[in-house]
Ligand binder design. Sequence first.
Ligand code: ADP
Ligand code: ASP
Ligand code: MG
Length: 434
Amino acid sequence: MVKVCKFGGTSMATADSIRKVAEILLSDKERRFVIVSAPGKRFSGDDKVTDLLYASFNEAQATGDCSKSFKKVEERFVSLQKELGIKTDLQPVLKEIKSRIDVSQTPDYAASRGEYLSAVILSEFLGFPFVDAKDIIRFTEAGAFNADYSNDIIVKKVKPLAAAVIPGFYGSKDGGEIVTFSRGGSDVTGAIIARGVAASVYENWTDVDGFMTADPRIVDKPRIMRTLSYTELRELAYMGANVLHPESIFPVNSSGIPINIKNTFNPSAPGTFILPESTGENIVTGIAGKKGFTVIGIEKSMMNSEVGFARRILSVLEHCGICFEHMPSGIDTLSLVIADTELQGKMQKLTDKIREAVNPDLLQIHSGLSLIATVGQNMASRPGTAAALFGALAEAGINVKMIDQGSSELNIIVGVETADYERAINAVYDRFFR
Ligand code: ADP
Ligand code: ASP
Ligand code: MG
């Protein structure tokens, strides 16, 4: 049996936490493959190394020399090296990294170096071999993750090893250019390795006792889930429960490898198991949410009988390179719910093009929307969930701006004013969990 273990930023943040990581790994012989994140925050207000590396890239772009930002990265790694008694001299490596960041065209190389150095340090501390992610996690020329190609390499090069420490978050194209996943992507690397080595479990070690029924920063002491299904995880993670990257399930989906969320700082807690099918009995499994959305409301009489209306709107979005989140529609209205990050600098062009394409009677823009997802695989079979949800919001005096229930009935999404966001999550939580 083999276990794949991924340790997140808080687990890799200090010499003390790295000692805990080593203790966890050495206490179980099956824990042979280790994926690490870059060191995260040591205390509230501290910097994550990955953020410092993005800042280094930006500084290099602006001035040609990232010395100021990169100094903080050097300090973090040199102090880890000293405190852990690592013999490898990191100075020449850091010097080389700095000079490459100074001439980089894209931020990916810079961003990846936190994971790289983190893995170098842990591999020496543990005495496990280091395997560079650039040699096993491969991307296409267009920058998409190449799953089957990478899997073949992992089966050949990693699976036969007795043990390995592998940096998370990045890989490379055929020519050697470094490419990163989106933020939090070390979770995805862990899942890819778990598939490749046919792990019995993918342990994802973080700083909480498991996946909680709501964000612990918003709800006071939310319950820890014992289990949740891959699809529930995907919905919750995509909708903001960022304890695990939403794409982490794709690599393990076909083989059904369980993901176990565990706490590095409380290793005896059982954590949460994410399994192919739901085994939970609750109607609602969890609640998640995201801020920062805009609704573009399009009104036109008889829109419903106008053939190709929605298609023309979708073509405009495609033309402007914008992804939408939801598109609820009525008889004479259609709304586009779009993340503000998608709209940056594109709003004028988008609305001009929509006017041109469908000549609406009215086009209104409402910003400051937040989305809240109430997720549960058992919702489909139990009537009354929506009534309970909307009842809770109404009693709390919260105005619901948008409703979307996917056809899978796994998820009810509501849009509320961002000012009501925290209160709305607590109202829904109290109704289903207290
Ligand atoms: P890591 O650095 O280990 O990858 P992350 O910061 O990415 O850790 O994820 C863990 C954090 O996710 C927790 O500290 C917690 O604040 C936050 N979080 C948000 N939603 C949830 C949730 N539903 N359950 C547990 N943690 C959550
Ligand atoms: N270090 C990267 C980030 O901060 C990736 C990760 O931690 O998973 O996003
Ligand atoms: Mg994370």
